[in-house]
Design a protein around this ligand. Structure first.
Ligand code: NAP
Length: 352
């Protein structure tokens, strides 16, 4: 049981990220000093929302120049920290070279951050942002799970460098983290494994997360004629941040946590916007037939291969979120609230 001293700085890697923004906000609101590890501390535009959050809170923010592939770059940022959040990892589905663009930053990056922690005696706990992608690749994988439901016991065995390499990168990175956790006694490890994260962004105009591409595509007319009934889990970004906060400060937090509010599909997610925005925006009302998707999918998105469509469209996704609810007291937001708040950020920022 480890209690984290809130007067000590807390490191957040990938602090400019979509999820990390909300986590940094919770930490700052709590009066904590955040060590924000970013690739470019001089990019005032990209970091502006974090500076603004610190101005309006009790906490303080300090920026550190780091890179996942630079082994020694985390030393200064980690000094004096008891708690480390490792969120940085590329989340993109359209890559040219999966080994270089996804696997290396995810796995070598995790190794570099954790190796650094082995050398800094103050570090007591590391929370790694993993993913449900480290548990499964396709909705059809659910049927291989006991009772057809994904739990924290399950590991992704179906992704590879060739098929859904993002999922593969998250699987290898999380495995590396647990392996390194076993080899030392200094810090304990907790992983947060979110499903698809949606919700408002604090940095709407500079988001790199694939979440935002998907969000835009749901409402900007790309799916006007219909959305795929593709089985997926979904969770609000603010709940994911709260999950990270609890995983860091709740002394009883342990192991992996599936962080997924709703077992749903793309069509249902889009339809939750119809009551408020259906009249003004081209929100999909109908399911796109699987046969049509088989033809157009691969043309729209490189990751939408026929195999992916076959294994996910019209297939139910089921994950068990009881561990995080029971152990960390997370209460998930309703889908409609997440989606209406997401839509409002897109409108307010002129994105749709
Ligand atoms: P994001 O906004 O793109 O954030 C990822 C951050 O990682 C970026 O801000 C970037 O920071 C940093 N990063 C990327 N490559 C890097 C590199 N080579 N060196 C150093 N930093 C690098 O994406 P996100 O959605 O918030 O994702 C955050 C984490 O959540 C990731 O680990 C992702 O796999 C995980 N996750 C996301 C979802 C989702 O649906 N969004 C679901 C499950 C898990 P800089 O550009 O400032 O360096």
């Amino acid at each position: 049981m480890k209690q984290i001293d809130k007067s000590k700085p807390v490191l957040v890697t990938g602090a400019t990220g979509y999820i990390a923004g909300w986590l940094v906000k919770s930490l700052l609101d709590e009066g904590i000093t955040v060590h924000a590890a970013v690739r470019n501390p001089d990019d005032t535009q990209k970091n502006a929302h974090l500076v603004e959050l610190a101005k309006n809170s009790k906490g303080e923010i300090k920026f550190f120049k780091t890179d996942l592939l630079d082994a020694n770059s985390y030393k200064e940022a980690m000094t004096n920290c008891e708690l480390v959040y490792h969120t940085a990892s590329p989340f993109t589905l359209d890559v040219k070279d999966p080994q270089k663009d996804l696997i290396e930053p995810a796995v070598i990056g995790t190794e570099n951050v954790l190796k650094q922690a082995n050398k800094i005696e103050t570090v007591k706990r590391i929370v790694v942002t993993s993913s449900c992608a480290a548990i499964y690749t396709d909705a059809t994988d659910c049927s291989m799970a006991p009772n057809g439901v994904l739990t924290e016991e399950i590991w992704n065995t179906t992704s590879s460098l060739e098929y859904q390499p993002y999922s593969y990168s998250k699987t290898l990175a999380e495995k590396k983290a647990w392996e390194m956790n076993k080899e030392q006694n200094l810090w304990d490890l907790v992983t947060i494994n979110p499903s698809l994260v949606l919700g408002p962004a604090l940095n709407a105009n500079s988001v790199t997360s694939e979440s935002y591409n998907l969000l835009k595509q749901l409402v900007d007319g790309t799916m006007k004629i219909g959305a795929p009934k593709m089985g997926i889990g979904m969770v609000d970004v603010r709940d994911v941040a709260e999950a990270h906060f609890q995983a860091g400060f709740n002394p009883n937090a342990n192991g992996r946590y599936i962080t997924s509010a709703h077992n749903t599909n793309f069509l249902e997610i889009a339809q939750s916007l119809l009551p408020k925005y259906g009249d003004k925006y081209p929100i999909p009302k109908k399911a796109l037939p699987k046969w049509l998707l088989m033809i157009v999918g691969p043309m729209i998105n490189k990751a939408m291969t026929r195999r992916y469509i076959k294994n996910n469209v019209n297939i139910e996704f089921k994950a068990d979120n009881s561990k995080i609810k029971n152990e960390l007291g997370i209460a998930f937001k309703p889908m409609q609230e997440t989606m209406e708040d997401s839509m409002q950020t897109l409108i307010d920022n002129g994105i749709v």
